[in-house]
Design a protein around this ligand. Structure first.
Ligand code: SF4
Ligand code: SF4
Length: 385
């Protein structure tokens, strides 16, 4: 059924005035029917973590993600996005729990179609219905807008920001996308979810590069997800062995979280994994072939040069001497930073010898035992466990 007719199907085209409670309940029902497993409402006020986020950017921890620093004042003030805004509606959509044996090296969220394409039409449908029913202004955003969704989601009771700095849901674990609608409708506000990390440190121990420098403290410059997706240019050589065979993103801290025992399988066919050629074949993709292969996929975010760079590292960590001609070819014909990574991969394969398999990524030992027993979450004003 076309989404534009969804509201009618649900009997939501009634234009009689509704109380804020009824409006919220009808929105929550619509969200459920559109496939969102999580729904909450936060006040349209600056994030609890505003000062932390400012300090984080001032410290340069956003690395090359200049878009994060640009317009930070606007991102931290919902009133500058929508004057008179009263409520932030936050939604979560589950994506497939990853197959532990998946050999693709692609983060679970990116194995299927681009989630923006999946979520945006549904969100726009909800915003349009809200406008039609209440006369309120409403704007919808998935990830790319000026709203800091993770913080809004925590305040809306969707979940809590865990020690991994990712949002954890009591109901869906770690495998879900966030989206938000900002509106000047005054909806009943939900209570924030309590932090349920307790004494767990699994995500920190699981991180291959030590990017979670301490509980609730992520340094993206060490994070494989940042390095393989957002970072342009060469990847520091000392981090390459820890990247292993990951070619787009990293799920280790998500997969380690014990709250995933509640994760639900997604029913979204568009998010199902696409087939992927072997690493050596990926290395031979021209720019045009890369664009065609990954049309409608989040993987295009890494760009062609970045993707080939990542494949070179993965081959360096797992390849065999018969991969060397493909690496030599790409070293001779690709733009920076690919050739340097291809030559590094060749050296690494040769140093490993003929029959060796990929060495296990070096695992950073974290001094977690030195941390205090009770570690406060600096992003939250309260703590329940
Ligand atoms: S995504 Fe990977 S590298 Fe980044 S913090 Fe999580 S486990 Fe560490
Ligand atoms: S793995 Fe443990 S510490 Fe990390 S986010 Fe999940 S519950 Fe919190």
């Amino acid at each position: 059924m076309p989404i534009s007719r969804f509201a009618q199907h649900l009997g939501m085209a009634d234009t009689s005035p509704m109380s804020p409670e009824e409006l919220k309940e009808r929105l929550a029902q619509m969200a459920r029917d559109l496939g969102f497993g999580l729904f909450g409402v936060a006040p349209a006020t600056p994030p609890d973590r505003a000062e932390y986020i400012r300090a984080w950017i001032a410290d340069g921890r956003h690395g090359g993600m200049e878009w994060l620093a640009r317009g930070i004042d606007r991102r931290l003030d919902p009133q500058s996005v929508l004057p008179g805004a009263r409520s932030l509606i936050v939604l979560g959509l589950a994506y497939h729990p990853p197959d532990p044996a998946d050999p693709s090296g692609i983060a679970a969220y990116a194995r299927g179609d681009d989630y923006h394409r999946v979520i945006e039409p549904r969100l726009r449908s909800m915003a349009a219905w809200l406008q039609s029913q209440s006369g309120a202004a409403a704007r919808a955003y998935v990830d790319t807008g000026p709203i800091i969704e993770r913080d809004a989601a925590a305040r809306a009771g969707i979940g809590w920001i865990g020690k991994s700095t990712m949002l954890i849901s009591h109901g869906l674990g770690t495998w879900f996308f966030l989206a938000a609608i900002i509106t000047d409708a005054a909806l009943p506000i939900d209570a924030p979810a309590p932090d349920r990390c307790g004494r767990c440190t699994r995500c920190i121990v699981a991180c291959p590069t030590g990017a979670i420098a301490a509980p609730y403290q992520l340094d993206p410059r060490l994070c494989i997800a940042y390095l393989t997706i957002e970072h342009r240019g060469p990847i520091p050589e000392h981090l390459r062995p820890a990247i292993g065979t990951r070619i787009f993103g990293c799920d280790d801290c998500l997969a380690a979280c014990p709250w995933n025992r509640f994760a639900q399988a997604s029913r979204e066919s568009a998010l199902r994994p696409r087939p992927l050629p072997p690493l050596r074949h990926l290395l031979s993709l021209s720019r045009a072939q890369f664009d065609a292969t990954f049309v409608g996929s989040p993987i295009r975010r890494a760009r062609w040069e970045g993707f080939l760079r990542n494949v070179c590292i993965a081959l360096g960590n797992s390849g065999v001497p018969s991969d060397i001609p493909a690496l030599e070819s790409v070293a001779a014909s690709s733009p920076p930073p690919v050739p340097e990574h291809a030559l590094w991969a060749i050296r690494t394969i040769l140093a490993r010898g003929h029959d060796s398999k990929a060495p296990p990524p070096p695992h950073k030992t974290h001094p977690w035992h030195k941390w205090p027993r009770s570690i406060p979450n600096p992003h939250r004003a309260h703590r329940c466990e």
